[in-house]
Design a protein around this ligand. Structure first.
Ligand code: ADP
Ligand code: MG
Length: 245
């Protein structure tokens, strides 16, 4: 496995008004790492992911993506975002576009890739997520699990180097969770670098290289999943795990 650093976060701080949400976060993700981020609701997990994708702009600290220190006033954030794909809990598909149009949208309109080429690539990605037969269907006709797999294909269409997942299975009926986790596991096995906010401890144990526990805007503990889940060093980590496992 390569040791090159994909994301490096140093002393990252973010507040919303008086609410200090991220407090001196230090966080490194190496190429092909799968990192699962766990922690109670409100601990700042989504805000951290959104800062990594520049949907939120940090107050202070450094965010270095593939060696490039990104600042919102000097970098084209749309261009940076092509390297860092994101999948949300609530899919965010375009309802008035078909499945394949959803997947083609950003390559065509953001990257300027010719439609024919974008369509060929979209077909490959839909095949990969097991939805070849749905290409001309509108999202409203899909199950939640299928919608999320389209959202994954859509993010992959930009050929990102890192994929961020924010509770990708939390909005799904239990019987649909497995198909989405299986797609994510496949991506991980292909070497995709991934940061996954999840409550799926089974997935974290099986797929993650690292588990990171966040509490109240801070990273409290980092470890290999087995180690962190079986043998947490910090009392707060243990209390959280006791509440979810
Ligand atoms: P998590 O994903 O771990 O549940 P979040 O990052 O969503 O946590 O939220 C952390 C805290 O920041 C919460 O108290 C939340 O209410 C607050 N917060 C998140 N986004 C905003 C926002 N855009 N404006 C104000 N407060 C926010
Ligand atoms: Mg969240």
């Amino acid at each position: 496995m390569s040791e090159s650093v994909m994301i490096k976060v140093e002393k990252l701080n973010k507040s919303f008004g008086d609410l200090h949400v991220l407090k001196d976060i230090d966080f490194t993700v190496k190429e092909s790492d799968v990192v699962c981020l766990i922690g109670a609701s409100g601990s700042g997990k989504s805000t951290l992911l959104r800062c990594l994708n520049f949907l939120e702009i940090k107050d202070s600290g450094n965010i270095v993506i593939e060696g490039d220190k990104i600042e919102s006033d000097t970098h084209d954030l749309n261009k940076v975002r092509t390297k860092v794909g994101m999948v949300f809990q609530h899919f965010h598909l375009f309802p008035h576009k078909t499945v394949i149009e959803n997947v083609m949208e950003a390559p065509v309109y953001v990257k300027g890739i010719p439609k024919k080429e974008a369509m060929e690539e979209a077909r490959k990605l839909l095949k990969k997520v097991g939805l070849s037969d749905k290409e001309n269907v509108y999202p409203s006709k899909l199950s939640g699990g299928q919608k999320q797999r389209v959202a994954i294909a859509r993010a992959l269409a930009m050929k990102p180097d890192v994929m961020l997942f924010d509770e990708p299975t939390s909005a799904l009926d239990p019987e649909l969770v497995g198909e989405v986790l299986a797609t994510m596991k496949e991506l991980a096995e292909e070497g995709m670098t991934m940061v996954v906010v999840t409550h799926e401890m089974g997935f974290a144990r099986e797929v993650a290289d690292w588990a990171v526990y966040m509490h109240d805007g801070k990273i409290v503990e980092v470890g290999h999943p087995e180690e962190l889940f079986n043998n947490p060093k910090e009392a707060r980590t243990k209390a959280f795990l006791d509440s979810v496992l």
